[in-house]
Design a protein around this ligand. Structure first.
Ligand SMILES: Nc1nc2c(ncn2[C@@H]2O[C@H](COP(=O)(O)OP(=O)(O)OP(=O)(O)O)[C@@H](O)[C@H]2O)c(=O)[nH]1
Ligand SMILES: [Mg+2]
Length: 405
């Protein structure tokens, strides 16, 4: 007998940026989102569905800034009443103070992520217990990357009978705040230099490794193409030139792929690793002071570099950039990293000419001209010393997981 599926409950997952909302949504539903998550940051609302539930994963809310993604998250808050509020254990006092007013009067539960970074002692448990009691809201401390089935069941069960977030509740202070340990990237004098070297490193390694692969494949492909080239040599002159001339489709095309594609793939893998480990954010924080005179922030720089991988997601993900710098950032992508093939193909040409060292002047030239261009097009206000809209927080570094890359 046919039984109609029960009406699904819709829950909106909200929280600040990089607090583990997407990890939670995936762990709670065991599903992938219906839309793509570009390089780890949610830039539009994503829906995760199970038989009984619909979870709407919103982009992280950024305070002290004015991004389209933040506006999107706030719109979802207005239209739905069941909320899964995500706060980070390491900055729990700030997160609660900032986010509770946004959800007051709505129903839901609070999930405290990054619990693995807090010493799970009697004291910390006590604080959570006291909050739950005085606010009459459930608090669930978890490591969102490794949600066990008991925690999953508890959160889903709590969402079946959500309680109201209080209107006027002042939580007693947790009194802990855990900042990621500083690295050499935070060195006041040399941090920026290390950041630049780390940014260039993937390009250099990708070129060296990819060229190694291409050197092996090149003669094999040329030999494989031999019979086809011979067969095509009897075609009319114009067609022959187009197909097997010096820059012909058959003679040159496959070789370009061999030289460029490994570079593109390796570069994308390196950047994926940087992003999944949190290193990209650290680099952007280190470079932030150097970028401000050009009307850009570290956040924008990541998007420009993403353009080398593919400029479409790079431009789309500028939704998470401050409105103040977004246009400059898109201009910089269009100017400096306009095409996903630009990088691979250019390096392929350098290598084919046996001059791979040209990568250094090439990148320097590209950087310099892009910076001059952004300086010219950026609004004066964005370049101001007083512009605090675009300052980033330090992220925790971790070993990149394959799945995340
Ligand atoms: N140590 C630790 N890392 C976590 C936890 N939750 C998430 N992460 C890591 O934090 C990073 C961000 O996680 P996401 O799930 O993408 O965070 P998000 O809140 O969806 O981020 P935005 O969509 O950009 O707002 C990833 O590298 C996760 O692996 C956690 O509980 N503990
Ligand atoms: Mg997300």
């Amino acid at each position: 007998m046919y039984t109609a599926p029960p009406t699904r409950r819709t829950t909106v997952i909200v929280g600040k940026e990089s607090t583990g909302k997407s990890e939670l949504a995936a762990a709670l539903t065991g599903r992938s989102p219906t839309s793509t998550n570009i390089r780890g940051s949610t830039i539009a609302c994503e829906t995760y569905q199970t038989r009984n539930d619909v979870f709407i994963d919103t982009p992280g809310i950024l305070f002290r800034t004015d991004t389209i993604t933040t506006r999107t998250a706030l719109e979802q808050l207005q239209t739905h009443d069941r909320i899964l509020l995500v706060v980070k254990a390491t900055h729990i006092d700030d997160d609660l103070a900032d986010l509770l007013p946004l959800v007051a009067g709505k129903q839901g539960v609070v999930v405290v992520t990054f619990w693995d970074k807090v010493m799970a002692s009697e004291f910390t448990q006590q604080v959570i217990g006291q909050w739950a009691q005085s606010a009459q809201v459930r608090f669930m401390p978890v490591d969102a990357r490794h949600l066990n089935s008991r925690q999953r069941q508890q959160i889903l069960a709590a969402l079946q009978t959500p309680t109201k977030f209080p209107q006027h509740w002042q939580p007693i202070s947790a009194s802990w705040r855990i900042e990621p340990a500083p690295t050499w990237l935070e060195h006041p004098r040399w941090g920026w230099l290390l950041a630049i070297l780390l940014l260039l490193l993937p390009a250099v390694i990708a070129v060296v490794m990819a060229n190694g692969v291409a050197e092996v494949l090149d003669p094999l492909v040329q030999a494989g193409l031999g019979p086809l080239v011979a067969a095509l040599s009897r075609t009319p002159l114009l067609l022959r030139e187009i197909l097997i001339g010096r820059y012909g489709l058959v003679t040159m095309g496959p070789l370009l792929f061999i030289w460029a594609v490994p570079t593109v793939i390796l570069y994308a893998l390196f950047l994926g690793g940087y992003k999944a480990s949190g290193l990209v954010e650290r680099i952007t924080v280190a470079l932030h002071p150097l970028l401000r005179p050009f009307g850009l922030s570290g956040r924008d720089l990541v998007r420009v570099i993403m353009g080398f991988g593919c400029n479409v997601p790079a431009v789309i993900s500028t939704r998470a950039c401050s409105s103040c710098s977004r246009q400059t950032c898109m201009s910089a992508i269009a100017f400096g990293s306009a095409c996903s093939y630009q990088f691979g193909a250019t390096l392929g040409v350098f290598s084919a000419a046996n001059l791979p060292g040209l990568v250094v002047p090439y990148l320097s030239y590209l950087t310099l001209t892009t910076l001059i261009y952004t300086h010219l097009v950026a609004p004066k206000a964005a370049r101001s010393l007083h512009n605090a809209l675009m300052i980033e927080q330090r992220t925790f570094l971790e070993l990149p997981r394959w799945a995340a890359i």
